[in-house]
Design a protein. Sequence first.
Length: 127
Amino acid sequence: MAKKEATYQGKTLEELQALSITELMPLFPARQRRSLKRGLTDQEKKLLKKIKAKEQNIETQCKDLIILPSMVGATVKIHTGKEYLPVALTFDMIGHYIGEFVLTRKRVEHSAPGIGATRSSAALSVK
């Protein structure tokens, strides 16, 4: 059984990379089309230029850039508000925002009841 070729809207990665941004726009969902139609910001243009130049250790705080086919295969460190986390851009990520793949909030972990807690919550076993 042959391995199935990965496609986005019926096009392979090579076909998508041959298209310009204006030719890609009809393939993307409405929110991404609207964002691309307004044009890229200076920060997004700088990031794209670094990715196309195949630079190493690319760090960015720009989380609203849409992942384009030309970015596939790159690794970008995205700022979470505290640190930079590396994200390897794959074919499945095309059309998503780059910030979707970095969690900016941690899970809430509660400890023992604090001062001023009710009697019923103080009676609970801590562990």
